[in-house]
Design a protein around this ligand. Sequence first.
Ligand code: AMP
Length: 354
Amino acid sequence: MNPIAPGSTIGIFGGGQLGRMTALAAARLGYRCHIFCPEADNPAAEVSAAATVAGYDDAAALDAFAASIDVATFEFENVPYEAVARVAAQVPVRPGWEALKTSQDRAVEKRFLGGIGLETAPWMEVRSAADLRCAPCPGILKTARLGYDGKGQLRLDEGFDADAVWDAFGAGRGVAEALVDFSAEVSAIAARGADGSVAVFDVGRNDHEGGILRQTTVPAPVPASLAAEAQTLAARAAEALDLVGLLAVEFFVTREGRLLANEIAPRPHNSGHWTQDACGADQFEQFVRAVAGLPLADPARLSDARMVNLLGEDVRSWPGLLAEPGARLHLYGKREVRPGRKMGHVNRLSPKTR
Ligand code: AMP
């Protein structure tokens, strides 16, 4: 397969910070990016050659977008099938619909993970209050679709009132899963090239607050064999989806040291931002390489790293972070500060310990 050469245009669905950092990495390799997203004020368009602000149901805008690009990808997986199919009829779309479809729906995702031998927390699909009575308890009820950063999730505590919880939930379909008493959360990010080659970044430990990622530490303080297993499982999932691009897989590490897969994302991931300063080529460059059909880069890590998200008002600490020796500041240019909103992140490096 011929690579999509530098100088070509990469179309990106979604206009958030992941699109912004992808566009920056693409620009460094000589590509132009064209952002397609419904929000006029978006961080990705600011650093891209072109942007289309239109709904994912705007056929004329999708056709014009497809005509202006050489390949399309996503920084946001919840793009409707019709939009993806329309663009895919005109240019290659990487990753393809299979990967997107699987990550758009928690029930489909968990069935997929189970089907390829990745263990998950016990779970069931829930469509009614009656279903909910059989849910694992203590547990968590999550919306099947369009949930992120812990949004759309309700706790199921001992003696919960199924009717009241189902009313409060408000979504027509959900996934109820057992609450995992984990010792850590970790993630592995696999890149898969158009030629089927796979390169996996080192595994990080993720600390969440209120469902939102707070920080990632690399190397994850877990046994090397467990980290290696997480990498193998992420590569297996990318291969099973026949994905070209990136696949982030988040895991719980149980107290007994087992890996339970929680979520997959077929795109760059917040838990991979440490690669920007601790690897020769970061997750965004690796993503661009995969999507453009270029050879993948060596994912080797050059130092230990800790990435801390700047959420909401945290971003106001930028003067101090700029003054801090060795702190690497990344800001997304978002004008409005809202509680919990991802405004930027900081990477701190230290000498490699393993
Ligand atoms: P999710 O949207 O599924 O990624 O969930 C967001 C965060 O909520 C996770 O990273 C965990 O910290 C927590 N969480 C989600 N599901 C579970 C679970 N089954 N048991 C314990 N914690 C969970």
